[in-house]
Design a protein around this ligand. Structure first.
Ligand code: FPP
Length: 264
C-alpha cells in the first residue's frame, strides 16, 4: 500500500458487524495507552526500538479501524513528560519514529479527511525536524472534518493542569470564577470531548499521567495484548466491552434490569 493508494474507507466494517458491534453506540472519543512495545520485542530477541517500530503498524490499523466505525476522536499516548527518563538512544529513536510516522502517513491521513493534532508541552529537547513535521501535519489537516487524531506527545496530565493553573494565574482569574468550565477552557485543547473509553494494552493497570482531568468519567479497558499485536479486532472488542458498561456519571442507573422487564 502506498500513500497514493489509500485503503478504502469502511474496510473494517464487516469485521465490526461480525463481532456484533452496535454502530449507533460507538464511543465518541477513544484514548489509547500504547504499551508493551519493549516486551513484544524482548519476547522475539529484538531491541526495544524494533518493538516501537512494530508499534507503528498497530497504530495505523487502530486509526483506520476507529475511523471506519465512526469514532470521531482518537487520542494516542505517544510520549509522556516522564519518558525523557528512558535511555537516551531510545528517546532519540522515538523522536525519529514520530517524525517518520508523520512523513510516511500524512498523505493517507489527509486523504481520509483526518485532522491531526498534538497535545502536550512544547519543549526545546524535541528535535527541530520533528517540530517542523508536527507543525506541517497540524496545519495541513487543520481544515479536515473527519476524525480528529491527537498524538499526546511530551504530554503529562499533571503538566497540563500545572500549565492551565499558571495561565489562569497570569490572566488574573479570580477564585470565585474558577469552576469546571473555567478550568476546561485552560486545558491544551478545550474543544476536545472527554474520552468515553480508554484502552491500555500489555496487562498494566495504570493511567500513567494520561489525561488526568479528561478521564474523570471514562470507561477503562485493559488488555493483555502487547501494543504491536493490537489491531482492528482488539479495538472492536474494547468497544464491545464499552457497550456493556452502565455509565452513570454519579446518578442512578437508567438501565432497567432484565428481571424487571420480564415481570412486566
Ligand atoms: C505510559 O506508560 C505509556 C506511554 C506514555 C506510551 C509510550 C509509548 C511509546 C513510547 C511508544 C509509542 C509508539 C508509537 C508507535 C509511536 P509508561 O511506560 O510511560 O509509564 P509507566 O512507567 O507507568 O508504565
Amino acid at each position: 500500500m502506498t500513500t497514493t493508494d489509500p485503503r478504502p474507507t469502511g474496510g473494517n466494517l464487516p469485521l465490526a458487524r461480525t463481532l456484533g458491534l452496535d454502530l449507533r453506540r460507538v464511543p465518541r472519543h477513544v484514548a489509547c495507552v500504547m504499551d508493551g512495545n519493549g516486551r513484544w520485542a524482548q519476547l522475539r530477541g529484538l531491541s526495544r526500538s524494533d518493538g516501537h517500530a512494530a508499534g507503528e503498524q498497530a497504530l495505523l490499523e487502530t486509526v483506520y479501524a476507529a475511523d471506519d466505525i465512526g469514532i470521531g476522536w482518537l487520542t494516542v499516548y505517544a510520549f509522556s513528560t516522564e519518558n525523557w527518563k528512558r535511555p537516551v538512544g531510545e528517546v532519540r529513536f522515538l523522536m525519529r519514529l514520530n517524525e517518520m510516522i508523520l512523513l510516511r502517513n500524512i498523505d493517507e491521513l489527509d486523504e481520509r479527511n483526518i485532522r491531526v493534532r498534538f497535545t502536550g508541552r512544547s519543549d526545546r529537547r524535541v528535535p527541530p525536524r520533528l517540530r517542523r513535521e508536527i507543525e506541517r501535519a497540524t496545519e495541513r489537516t487543520a481544515g479536515n472534518t473527519g476524525m480528529t487524531l491527537t498524538f499526546a506527545f511530551n504530554y503529562g496530565g499533571r503538566a497540563e493542569l500545572i500549565d492551565a493553573m499558571k495561565r489562569m494565574a497570569d490572566d488574573g482569574v479570580r477564585a470565585k470564577d474558577i469552576d469546571e468550565k473555567a478550568v476546561r477552557s485552560y486545558l491544551y485543547h478545550p474543544d476536545m470531548p472527554d474520552p468515553d473509553l480508554v484502552v491500555r494494552t500489555s496487562g498494566e493497570y495504570r493511567i500513567s499521567n494520561f489525561l488526568l482531568w479528561e478521564l474523570a468519567y471514562s470507561e477503562l479497558v485493559f488488555t493483555d495484548v502487547l501494543w504491536p499485536d493490537f489491531d482492528a479486532d482488539e479495538l472492536y472488542r474494547a468497544v464491545l466491552a464499552f457497550q456493556t458498561r452502565d455509565r452513570r456519571f454519579g446518578k442512578v442507573s437508567t438501565i432497567v434490569p432484565e428481571p424487571v422487564l420480564a415481570a412486566r
